[in-house]
Design a protein around this ligand. Sequence first.
Ligand code: DX5
Ligand code: ZN
Length: 213
Amino acid sequence: MLSPSLLAANFANLEAEMEWFNKSSADWLHIDVMDGVFVPNISFGFPVLKHVARICRKPLDVHLMIVQPEKFVDEVKALGAYLMNVHYEACTHLHRVIGQIHEAGMKAGVTLNPATPVSVLEDIICDVDLVLLMSVNPGFGGQKFIPHTLEKVKELRQLISRTSSKALIEVDGGVNMETGKQLKEAGADVLVAGNAIFRAPDPAKACEELAKL
Ligand code: DX5
Ligand code: ZN
């Protein structure tokens, strides 16, 4: 599956971006919300996303790179989001937050930074619908893929089968045709890609090729 990241889109013309995107082979739209605290950057907030949600015809995959993400469950729900991803590093009471997301009627994802080991998921893996592995340090698009992520995907795949968890494996950061192929071979289910799609000469074609990996 493929979840193109809105962060690399042309913000001055989101309507035109959504026009090709809605017809593309993308499965979800990946939305990166940043707060300048959890990550050293700020992207866009709910007033902008409200309009994106109105014109996007694909399920929204919301990645919150913010502290205290539990404060925004209602806002994410109001967008009509399919999936809400929170960072393991941002949640003191992760189990409670996952419960709140489910109660709001959304799928719940937990995200790990590159320095956070897969082993921390042992006691939560059966409660989440998806694990998002960061293959760059979050905060910016267009960074270089961290190769160690491939080992983490394999380890996570083992944890999922050992525990009979239903969680999907999603990977985010520096994904292109080459790293995307390696990730799929390692066991990833969903690829996030920003620059490799929105900055390609033909974004719809780039989308189609990545979706086929
Ligand atoms: C990084 C974001 C990513 C980013 C990926 O903090 O979480 O979703 O948009 O962009 P690329 O694919 O360009 O690395
Ligand atoms: Zn992201």
